[in-house]
Design a binder for this molecule. Structure first.
Ligand code: ADP
Ligand code: MG
Length: 340
């Protein structure tokens, strides 16, 4: 039996159809006009002990909702989940002993207490003995140097420091499985690297199973052997990361700020690149952020440096960034049949 067994799992939210204004709000109260959001629309997978699985997809795909069901925070609308043979929602107290959870958007630590006091409370809650506690804290201290933060109030920590503390807390009771929901969101490269090394270390030394959601394909590449791609509540891909890397690893997005940008800039950029690199050049142009033009390049077909040179000589470029392919682009390509 797998450590985590999920079959035809779904979660629907009923949302009140809101009308505008105070009168609208008042009418809404009595109208009973609801619509249903299928946040998770029938997903199935099995996860074995010791795996690190990347659960990825664009915003609103249903990742957090799935995690909340696996951790017993939310009750499924339909289907089954078993973690270590038990349904999480029906066995919340027992399941808490075998799980750790980190939600990148909020902390499980006590905002007003010094860091070390939060850890001591968790130690009591999870009945961790003193020896295990000391070993654990020493290990984290060696990995990321937490000691300097012990006396600091949680509210005064930087996001990166707080996330490192949250991760430490989630592994404190040596759970069998840890769910990490966007643990690297908003972190700088250095803290991200620390985060990845802790996760990897704990997986290797304790065989802790890890389910990770992230927007950063770099996290996935550094940590996961397997990924599950979800969109609109349904699984698009479940399998080896190597196949996905082979497809997307070569993609980079060149983000450009072009002086005097207008609608016609995109078109003339498209024309120029077509003229220079020909038809099957593996270049796509779009706009995802205001003032930035995205040129996504398949480096297997056209070297990024060639495109950059070409653009720099033909357009008044004022700023440039190079980023990995975005999650949205990966998902679009999977829809277009990239993995089938
Ligand atoms: N408590 C809730 N009430 C209503 N709708 C929700 C609730 N939680 C999530 N949703 C909706 O369910 C969908 C999936 O959300 P979520 O699981 O948070 O996505 P993700 O974590 O992949 O970004 C979204 O459309 C979201 O708006
Ligand atoms: Mg989420």
């Amino acid at each position: 039996m797998s450590l985590i067994h999920v079959k035809d799992l779904s979660k629907h939210f009923k949302i009140l159809n809101r009308r505008e204004g105070l009168g609208g709000a008042f009418r809404d109260l009595f109208s009973g006009s609801y619509r249903t959001v299928e946040a998770v629309a029938g997903v199935s997978f099995d996860i074995e002990a010791g795996e690190i699985v990347g659960y990825i997809g664009p915003n609103g795909a249903g990742k957090s909702t799935t995690i909340k069901m696996m951790t017993g925070i939310l009750k499924p609308t339909g289907g089954q989940i078993q973690v270590n043979g038990l349904a999480p929602y029906e066995n919340r107290i027992r399941q808490a002993q075998i799980m750790g959870v980190v939600f990148g958007q909020r902390t499980q630590l006590w905002w007003d207490l010094p860091v070390i006091e939060s850890f001591k409370i968790l130690k009591e809650i999870y009945k961790v003995d003193q020896k295990t506690f000391d070993e654990h804290m020493n290990m984290f201290n060696e990995l990321v140097g937490l000691k300097g933060l012990y006396s600091q109030q949680v509210r005064t920590l930087s996001l990166g420091q707080r996330m490192l503390c949250d991760i430490t807390a989630s592994f404190l009771h040596n759970p069998q499985v840890v769910f990490l929901d966007e643990p690297t969101i908003g972190l700088d490269i250095a803290v991200k690297a620390k985060m990845r090394s802790i996760i990897k270390h704990l997986n290797q030394t304790r065989n802790t199973t890890i389910i990770l959601t992230t927007h950063d394909l770099g996290d996935v590449e550094a940590l996961c052997n397997r990924i599950i791609i979800i969109d609109k509540g349904k699984i698009l891909y479940d399998g080896d990361i190597k196949r996905v890397n082979a497809l997307f690893g070569a993609y980079r997005t060149l983000k450009l700020q072009i002086d005097g940008f207008s609608e016609s800039t995109l078109q003339s950029l498209r024309d120029k690149l077509m003229e220079c690199f020909g038809g099957d050049h593996g270049i796509a142009i779009g706009e995802t952020e205001e003032f930035w033009t995205d040129v996504t390049i398949d480096q297997a077909r056209t070297p990024l440096s060639d495109v950059l040179n070409h653009v720099m000589t033909n357009f008044p470029v004022s700023d440039v960034r190079i980023v990995e392919i975005s999650m949205e682009n990966v998902v679009r390509k999977v829809y277009d049949g990239a993995l089938s």
